[in-house]
Design a protein around this ligand. Structure first.
Ligand SMILES: *[C@@H]1O[C@H](CO)[C@@H](O)[C@H](O)[C@H]1NC(C)=O
Ligand SMILES: *[C@@H]1O[C@H](CO)[C@@H](O)[C@H](O)[C@H]1NC(C)=O
Ligand SMILES: *[C@@H]1O[C@H](CO)[C@@H](O)[C@H](O)[C@H]1NC(C)=O
Length: 555
């Protein structure tokens, strides 16, 4: 009795193995046609999933159940596979046996491996050229109209964990852009038909393209997203890199975007949920700068809110002046940079990350307190996160940038700040690792006061702003740019650019000017360096100037 039982058990085991072997072979032998050039492709046909007898033994994975619940009115999910063939698809997701789905390979030629990140993000482009816009390298896309019927895109995202350059992978960008374009095309066809993306791989999708708010599920190496299509559309309208200037979002699109996330209450007030924001922390050195910045923005007739984040080191008296200048004040706790030495000038620069916490705004244009604005820049609110002007190489300058506040983004930045490096220990280095895919704003939005050619020390008249690098104007005299006094500061010296800051100062009330007064220590510092310049007989001769600035304390 016992013998026959175990015999039939063995027999059934053998049959089962043969059956499984047969199945594996048929799976493997199915032709893989992903090397066929696009032009040879017929209208693609969907493949029915092979139904396995073991179906009722395995429970459906959570993500598949989720999608079926989301897309209730469809009995069969149509799934497009990006960078993933059938075999690895089933290996990855363990969906053997699911009846209610059809899969389709999405074909596109892989981007040439000759194209490197620096080709997409060149250090310099000719911004003035209107007739022949600078071109970007081609990132091939699929022929979209073949995929109208898809409900879900499943993509395998390449992911390498090596050094600083993990995320600057052109193929990774291509896969993300293919998915984003597909979703917008197929979702847009049917008036915002909900469409979904599933990403497979250790790194998930690029968060610059797929917002963390849109994530429905994340388990191990699988992510499910339901993107807000209007915002995603703006991303795909951007150039593939900073190889071209970013275009503004078209106005009709903006209107639909505006009505999207805003609550009914906000709609009745029609308040623009947009603000200029600056941050001051750790000392009062930038209080005068922030006051001048607010006044300069107000002079351009801006209609947006002005918000200043300040930590405990800003005194009540200074806060009073900042409010009088136009800022709404928010108190923050400063954030230490994990990559800066103790007591370094940039020890607390990560405080800037708090701008992502301003979720009462849809968009924020961050401006450092050592800027003044000369022309109205309100129309730059129509650009997406993250747009900024270039710095060097493929790096953007974080002195002025547009971001979209978000709780989960702030949390991600806070969590990643320990493991992700910063080339300069400050926020700029960190943000450039977190937002490798950024959009180029014109240089005249962040005109750096720095002069490589010492014979030409004027900034263009049509600049929107000036970014005062080096010694700040309010730490010098009105009629004297003290950057002349130090050899290493002379690259920042310019009488005309210095004068432009003081033009704003002259329009400030007497009450506000008080906050730009010199203390005896500040004055002594200027005097000391002037004396040194005189002794060294600097040929520019600025040390000879008879200073008339009434703020000057000494003789
Ligand atoms: C701001 O508005 C005032 C009053 O309408 C106008 O005189 C001034 O020229 C405007 N300034 C700018 C920079 O547009
Ligand atoms: C860091 O913050 C300090 C003080 O606010 C500022 O002078 C400096 O420019 C900042 N550095 C960077 C790299 O952002
Ligand atoms: C200072 O430099 C000028 C030329 O720039 C020269 O004529 C003069 O003799 C120098 N003075 C001293 C004290 O070295």
């Amino acid at each position: 009795m016992a013998l026959t039982k175990s015999k039939s058990y063995t027999l059934s085991l053998i049959f089962l193995s043969i059956f499984l072997l047969y199945l594996t072979l048929t799976c493997k032998l199915r032709p893989k046609n992903h090397d066929i050039p696009i032009s040879n492709l017929e209208k693609p046909t969907f493949r029915q999933n092979i139904v396995m007898p073991m179906e009722h033994f395995t429970s459906k994975p959570q993500w598949f159940q989720l999608l079926q619940d989301e897309i209730k009115d469809k009995s069969t999910l149509k799934i497009g596979l990006v960078n993933l063939d059938d075999v690895s698809f089933f290996d990855y997701v363990g969906l053997h046996g699911a009846k209610n789905m059809e899969t389709l390979d999405v074909k596109f030629p892989k981007v040439s491996n000759k194209i490197k990140w620096k080709d997409l993000f060149p250090e310099w482009i000719d911004e003035k050229e209107v007739s022949a816009k600078p071109t970007c390298p081609e990132i091939p896309m699929p022929v979209f109209d073949k995929y109208d019927e898809l409900d879900v895109i499943i993509a395998k995202v390449p992911c390498k964990h090596v050094g600083m350059d993990v995320s600057r992978d052109v193929f990774r960008l291509q896969v993300n852009l293919v998915v984003a374009n597909l979703l917008v095309k197929i979702g847009g066809l049917n008036k915002n038909r909900p469409v979904y993306a599933v990403f497979i791989g250790d790194c998930g999708p690029m968060w610059e393209i797929f917002r963390c708010e849109d994530m429905l599920l994340h388990e191990e190496n699988l992510w499910v997203y339901k993107p807000e299509l209007i915002r995603l559309k703006q991303k795909i309208l951007m150039p593939v890199g900073s190889c071209q200037l970013a275009p503004p979002f078209p106005e009709q699109e903006q209107e639909s975007w505006k009505s999207y996330p805003v609550s009914a209450l906000d709609k009745t007030f029609h308040k623009p949920r947009e603000a200029y924001v600056t941050v001051i922390h750790s000392s009062e050195a930038y209080v005068c700068g922030a006051i001048a910045l607010a006044q300069s923005i107000i002079l351009t007739n801006s209609t947006r809110d002005l918000v200043l984040l300040a930590d405990d080191s800003i005194s009540p008296k200074s806060l009073h002046g900042l409010r009088a200048a136009g800022w709404k004040i928010k108190k923050i706790k400063r954030i230490r940079s994990p990559h800066a030495p103790k007591n370094a000038y940039n020890e607390w620069n990560y405080s800037k990350l708090r701008i992502w916490q301003l979720i009462e705004y849809d968009k924020v244009i961050f401006i450092d307190s050592d800027f003044v604005v000369f022309r109205n820049i309100d129309h730059f609110f129509s650009y997406p996160e993250l747009s900024a002007a270039g710095n060097d190489g493929y790096i953007f300058n974080s002195g002025v940038m547009i971001i979209e506040p978000s709780k989960c983004k702030f949390q991600t930045l806070m969590n990643k700040r320990f493991e992700v490096d910063s080339y300069n220990g400050g926020d700029q280095g960190f943000l450039n690792e977190m937002f490798v895919w950024w959009h180029r704003w014109p240089t005249k939005l962040n005109t750096l006061k720095i002069f490589v050619n010492s014979n030409h020390r004027h900034l263009p008249d049509d600049s929107y702003t000036v970014h005062y690098l080096g010694l700040k104007p309010w730490l010098c005299y009105e009629d004297y740019d003290c950057n002349w006094d130090k050899m290493e500061s002379q690259i920042f010296a310019s009488d005309s650019a210095h004068g432009r800051w003081w033009k704003v100062y002259k329009k400030m009330s007497m009450e506000l000017r008080e906050y730009c007064a010199l203390t005896p220590q500040m004055d002594a510092r200027i005097v000391k360096w002037r004396r040194k310049a005189k002794k060294a007989n600097f040929s520019d001769g600025h040390w000879r100037i008879q200073v008339k600035d009434p703020r000057k304390l000494s003789n």
